[in-house]
Design a protein around this ligand. Structure first.
Ligand SMILES: Cc1cc2nc3c(=O)[nH]c(=O)nc-3n(C[C@H](O)[C@H](O)[C@H](O)COP(=O)(O)OP(=O)(O)OC[C@H]3O[C@@H](n4cnc5c(N)ncnc54)[C@H](O)[C@@H]3O)c2cc1C
Length: 367
């Protein structure tokens, strides 16, 4: 989120320090999966429209980023396949198909939620997984998280308005005086966009008066990368919480656990082994694929589950940009643009859903 905010700062011509406590991209964003998954097309809402617009516009954003830097972000609107193991799921999926025809269209383009009898690719996933057919969603895609981060960093390294400070934690944040320490160096700021992932929550809580529940929490996720001889354009398989995402170079990412309680944020364990086994069962081509990496990270989950973006009601210099939880990659460019519009007191060319507002999360935490 913070990297995209810096991209927009450069576009705005706003002099900015991009400070990271670690190396750039070393948080939850530096993982393996990068699935870009639309919400279901039924019960359409402002939030679903926002995500749809963000997913569609990401393609153009990434094309511009790649053209400017020459660095591939590993993006492909490769789609998604969802097995339907029971007949009633097929009926529901057909209704969703009509919903998608209605809502998944923009500027002469339309995306689909096809209900099909068998997968377009033999064994991906195995036919037995979809006894009542499959959904083939053509809006979903994937991006390679670390490649995207490399592309953004390449852009920022040549930026005129952005100074990068790595291994420089922001501490002693005083949003009223507009001061902080960054890597021990005193800094005076006009605006501070706080995009510290799950670590944003305690920092925001510390400057938010009143008794309230925690504004958010970290949710651990584990994922793995395997190397196989597969077409990188294969659609992502999504089944019962399991993702299998084909990436460039014949890699497939497998994820993810969702752990509200954990002892070690960085470790992987038998829960990941179970996911890898499930992936090998549903995609037999991965049966003997060697695991080349196991990884864990902490997702930022805001109290109301939605992203948390906006000005602090008591401290106008402070702007929250966090809470992307499980869908950050498809939204971050837009959320960051909105945060930068707020920071620059500028009109934004789109509006954020009300439930994303920082004030809305505070209201939920105060109930
Ligand atoms: C296993 C797993 C799989 C996932 N799969 C997907 C997926 O397929 N699709 C998807 O969209 N999302 C996915 N997510 C979620 C996504 O990765 C996160 O929501 C997203 O990366 C959060 O981005 P962020 O910028 O808010 O936080 P982060 O990427 O964690 O960045 C926060 C940064 O803030 C820095 N920081 C912290 N404290 C300070 C401080 N005091 N001063 C300065 N810097 C600080 C950290 O060093 C870090 O670099 C997944 C997450 C996990 C763990």
């Amino acid at each position: 989120m913070g990297l995209w905010a810096a991209v927009h700062a450069e576009r705005f011509g706003m002099n900015t320090i991009l400070a990271d406590a670690g190396g750039l991209g070393s948080g939850a964003s530096g993982g393996l999966l990068g699935a870009l998954m639309p919400h279901m097309p039924d019960r359409w809402s402002e939030k679903k429209q926002f995500q749809f617009d963000a997913l569609v516009s990401l393609e153009t954003e990434i094309a511009a980023l790649e053209a400017e830097t020459g660095v591939s972000a590993g993006y492909n609107r490769s789609g998604r396949l969802i097995p339907l193991p029971k007949p009633h799921l097929n009926r529901i999926a057909r209704d969703h198909s009509e919903d998608a025809e209605r809502h998944w269209r923009t500027g002469g383009r339309s995306f689909h939620w096809h209900v099909i009898d068998r997968s377009p690719v033999d064994g991906w996933p195995d036919a037995s997984a979809g006894e009542s057919g499959f959904v083939h969603d053509t809006l979903a895609g994937r991006v390679a998280p670390r490649s995207l981060i490399s592309a953004i960093i390449a852009l920022l390294r040549r930026a005129r308005h952005v100074r990068i400070m790595e291994h420089a934690a922001a501490t002693a944040l005083d949003p009223d005086r507009g001061t902080a320490q960054i890597g021990g160096e005193p800094i005076v700021f006009g605006r501070c966009i706080l995009a510290a992932g799950h670590q944003s929550f305690p920092m925001l809580q510390a400057v938010t008066p009143g008794p309230m529940k925690p504004l958010g929490q970290p949710v651990k996720g584990q994922a793995a990368l395997v190397k196989a001889d597969i077409d990188p354009a294969l659609p992502t398989i999504f089944f019962d919480g399991l993702y299998v995402v084909a990436h460039e170079g014949g890699y497939a990412a497998i994820g993810s656990t969702s752990e509200n309680r954990f002892d070690d944020p960085g470790s992987t364990d038998a829960q990941l082994d179970t996911l890898i086994e499930a992936a090998r069962a549903i995609a037999p081509i991965l049966r003997d694929a060697p695991v080349v990496e196991r990884w864990a990270g902490l997702r930022p989950k805001a109290i109301d589950r939605d992203p948390m973006v906006g000005r602090h009601p008591d401290h106008p210099r402070l702007i929250a940009l966090t809470g992307g939880f499980k869908v950050s990659f498809g939204l971050a460019h837009r959320l960051a643009e909105a945060a930068m519009c707020i920071a620059g007191d500028a009109d934004c060319r789109f509006s954020l859903p009300d439930s994303f507002a920082f004030s809305s999360h505070i209201a939920v935490a105060s109930r």
